[in-house]
Ligand binder design. Structure first.
Ligand SMILES: O=C(O)c1ccccc1NCC(=O)[C@H](O)[C@H](O)COP(=O)(O)O
Length: 268
């Protein structure tokens, strides 16, 4: 079995060591203080849901380990504006370069082009990356339970919140969900994709949904590609969605968002 997650995490640790040399923490802290204030990621999701709609976190994703090239020449600013026009509540931007062909520059350009809060989608394993996320203007970071042990997750979460960012904690099974619920954040991501095998099952969300307390907000992630998928998840009570490939692979991501979420609880 190919274990891409292990490979990605090893790459991240090396990148952090190199990053620390190039941009010491004191410099990053200064940059983070000068960054535009956080926009309220969770607040935007909850406002859309309170208005009776699904909340969509629309992802800017040029490529991925499971799908290869999806939209290498997409312009992050244009896509961000289009997502905003077509009803996205928030953006997610991949900032990993080696495996996803993304970059911090993509996040900076996307955020500057719209008023939506932005998730830094990356593999955060070290406090240095949390400061880096805020320095590039991120409003929320992703923490993956399968990537970091629980004490380190708590430390990374505390740091992110102290910098004013929200945290989306991602799990993939019942044991990981217990760890996720041990954090303070309300935003519980359930990734339908097994990051070790790439298998995608929407049942991952449907199985874990009843175990998530009402005060928390489940965000279903990955593999949502048809109105039928949205209908199944919505009927089960899912209100927040993170979608990337199904939008960017069309070459015109904003209208693809409208088409996917055009049902009664659609995001638009
Ligand atoms: O997308 C991948 O192939 C992938 C492989 C290994 C680790 C993470 C990966 N994706 C990150 C994500 O969680 C997705 O980009 C996100 O949930 C959107 O998924 P999709 O709508 O299926 O593009």
């Amino acid at each position: 079995m190919s274990d891409i997650l292990e490979k990605i995490l090893a790459t991240k640790k090396a990148e952090v060591e190199a990053g620390r040399q190039a941009r010491p923490l004191a410099q990053l802290e200064r940059e983070a203080r000068a960054a535009p204030p956080p926009r309220g990621f969770e607040r935007a999701l909850r406002a859309r849901i309170a208005a009776g709609h699904s909340a969509v976190i629309a992802e800017f994703k040029r490529a991925s380990p499971s799908r290869g090239v999806l939209g290498a020449s997409l312009d992050p600013a244009e896509v961000a504006r289009s997502y905003e026009r077509h009803g996205a509540s928030c953006l997610s931007v991949l900032t990993d370069s080696i495996y996803f062909s993304g970059s911090p520059a993509d996040l900076i350009a996307a955020r500057a082009a719209c008023a939506l809060p932005v998730l830094r989608k990356d593999f955060v394993v070290d406090p240095w990356q949390v400061h880096e996320a805020r320095a590039m203007g991120a409003d929320c970071i992703l923490l993956i339970v399968g990537a970091v042990d629980p004490p380190a997750l708590r430390e990374l979460e505390r740091l992110a919140r102290s910098l004013g960012m929200d945290v989306l904690v991602e799990c993939h099974d019942g044991d990981q969900l217990e760890v996720a619920l041990g954090l303070e954040t309300s935003l519980i991501g359930v990734n339908n994709r097994d990051l070790r095998t790439f298998a995608v099952r929407l049942e991952t969300t449907l199985d874990l949904l009843p175990r998530i307390p009402a005060a928390r907000l489940l965000v279903t992630e990955s593999g949502i590609a048809s109105p039928e998928h949205v209908r199944r998840l919505s009927e089960a009570g899912v209100r927040a969605y993170l979608v990337g490939s199904a939008f960017v692979e069309t070459g015109d991501p904003g209208p693809a968002l409208s088409r996917l979420f055009s049902g009664p609880k659609g995001g638009g």
